[in-house]
Design a binder for this molecule. Structure first.
Ligand code: CS2
Length: 526
């Protein structure tokens, strides 16, 4: 006995008390947080929001244009109210560019409510007269729409639930419709619902799903929404992967405080918003956002080039054994493939973009993806691919086919998505775990076709059957596209190659000659 117990050193947590004692290299909110009033709500307070809209709002507050703070609402895991609450909404945003680290504490979030168990906390915020602007990042599948058509999926279990019990909604369309109904019935103030997710014409999709839901309520809500609610479209951009324990540790080691809500992003950021608002508008355009009449050219550029490259690299990357985007980009075969895909097939589908040169944008995007300090896992990007490939790959393919252009390389990427899900099936010994609303369906297809092919080892030889069955999923593949002979043939050859022992060798082979000469385009049927 007699030993002395070691003193336990507990690193102090980030919070208002710590703000005055941050190391000088950590930038802090340059405004009086106590004067902030809740004015903006955001649904989905994940890494992306904390690295993007919340930072723009922090910039705006520092310039004293507005005094509206953000109220964050999480309707899906994780619980954040406590994590951010114990830090009074403060968190560190790190910019990482290879060896550089730049830290800044963001103060624009005044409160976070968890609304996973019940919609009540979300509804209370969203129906408050203080809130006239709601931004959201709820992921592609959060809109409960059919990816290939954009219509509300009336068979979606959450929509079925919410239409039966509209006062206790679970889905985003159901929660928004209920909040608007409460506004209509109380103060009647207008509102802007600003989608910040990577779906094409996100404002139109959001308006469609909310309106379709409201019409079924049949109490004048749809008309009230048409007169009082704006749904601008927006393009948002900054690569901000899910935070890891290592990120939290980095802050603790470098700056000497504990912050459980750290986010890490790249330096690049962009936000283009359609100027179509109702109610008060935070002037994000004064701090770097662009308000425009039409977002479409920006949205095509970003989703087809940057997101298209990420999606391609994630599937081919996993198949080739690479963990992060930057690892895949470090592979000369994959980097060459993605550059050729973007330049030869994607670029010609883009419309002129005000102030941006698309070829320069391609180079800039590829260079962003080489940033080794951004640990963006290929499996993270691969998540929910069925909700992403329409805007990233299939829409450019349809545009190419309409102009009789080659689609060989884009088809390899589509086949990459298929191979990724097929290899996650039992037939392939569950090569990895996947998360995609269509994973089960593809597993059933792999199982059925696999049986017909007499054993798991032969599944790759039945790519034609696999492709036919997968292309028949019309919620993803528009029937006209699924019926296109060139598309079917290209995807089949690519899937065969990607399910082989050496998928990267196949990618090299595809790139080894002019694309049209390699994967043959069958004659179009009349
Ligand atoms: C990524 C995006 O996970 C994904 O789907 O492609 O989150 C991407 O990093 C952002 O859109 C970049 O702005």
């Amino acid at each position: 006995m007699g030993g002395r117990s070691e003193p336990v050193t507990v690193t102090e947590r980030l919070g208002p008390a710590r703000l005055g004692r941050l190391p000088p290299e950590v930038r802090r909110p340059a405004y009086d947080r106590a004067a902030l009033k809740p004015g903006i709500a955001h649904i989905g307070v994940g890494a992306f929001h904390r690295c993007h809209q919340a930072e723009y709002t922090d910039d705006l507050l520092a310039k004293n244009f507005d005094h509206w703070g953000l109220v964050g609402i999480n309707i899906r895991p994780p619980l954040l109210g406590q994590t951010l609450g114990q830090q009074d909404g403060l968190y560190t945003r790190l910019i990482r560019q290879n060896d550089e680290v730049e830290a800044r504490v963001i103060g624009s979030i005044v409160r976070v409510v968890d609304s996973q168990e019940s919609a009540a906390p979300a509804l209370e915020v969203l129906s408050s007269p203080d809130i006239e602007m709601v931004t959201m990042t709820v992921t592609e599948k959060g809109y409960c729409h059919i990816p290939s058509s954009g219509a509300l999926d009336l068979d979606h279990p959450d929509i079925v639930h919410d239409l039966a019990d509209p006062q206790a909604p679970r889905s985003v369309p159901g929660i928004l419709a209920r909040a608007l109904e409460l506004r209509m019935a109380s103060h009647g103030r207008p509102m802007t619902l600003l989608s910040c997710d990577n779906i094409p014409t996100n404002g139109i999709i959001l308006r469609n799903v909310v309106r379709a839901f409201a019409e079924r309520r049949g109490n004048g809500l749809a008309d009230w929404i048409a007169a009082n609610v704006a749904f601008p479209s927006a393009m948002v951009d900054r690569i901000a992967p899910a935070t890891t324990e290592a990120d939290v540790d980095t802050v603790e080691k470098r700056f000497g405080y504990r912050d459980s809500a750290v986010v890490v992003g790249e330096r690049f950021r962009q936000w283009v918003v359609e100027s179509r608002f109702a109610g008060r508008v935070p002037r994000w355009d004064r701090v770097g956002a662009t308000f425009v009449d039409d977002v479409t050219p920006f949205e095509h550029l970003k989703m087809r080039v940057l997101n298209g490259a990420q999606t391609t690299l994630c599937y081919l990357g996993v198949l080739g054994g690479f963990e992060h985007t930057s690892d895949a980009m470090a592979d000369p075969i994959l980097a060459n493939f993605v550059r050729r895909m973007l330049t030869e097939e994607t670029l010609p589908t883009l419309m002129p973009v005000p102030g941006i040169s698309p070829p320069a944008y391609v180079e800039q995007s590829l260079s962003r993806l080489t940033n080794t300090a951004i640990r963006h896992r290929n499996h993270q990007i691969a998540t929910d691919g069925s909700q992403k490939i329409v805007q990233r790959l299939l829409n450019p393919i349809r545009d190419r086919l309409a102009k009789d252009g080659s689609i060989t390389l884009l088809s390899v990427s589509v086949a990459g998505w298929m191979a990724y899900l097929i290899k996650a099936s039992a037939r392939f010994g569950r090569a990895w775990q996947v998360s995609d609303p269509f994973a089960e369906k593809i597993e059933l297809i792999a199982d059925r076709i696999g049986k017909n092919s007499k054993g798991a080892d032969r599944i790759g030889k039945n790519s034609k059957g696999l492709v036919e069955a997968i292309l028949a999923i019309d919620a993803i593949f528009h029937p006209a596209l699924a019926a296109d002979d060139a598309f079917r043939a290209n995807v089949t050859i690519a899937l065969d190659g990607l399910l082989s022992e050496d998928p990267i060798a196949f990618v090299r082979y595809v790139c080894s000659e002019p694309t049209d000469a390699r994967l043959k385009r069958p004659a179009r049927s009349a």
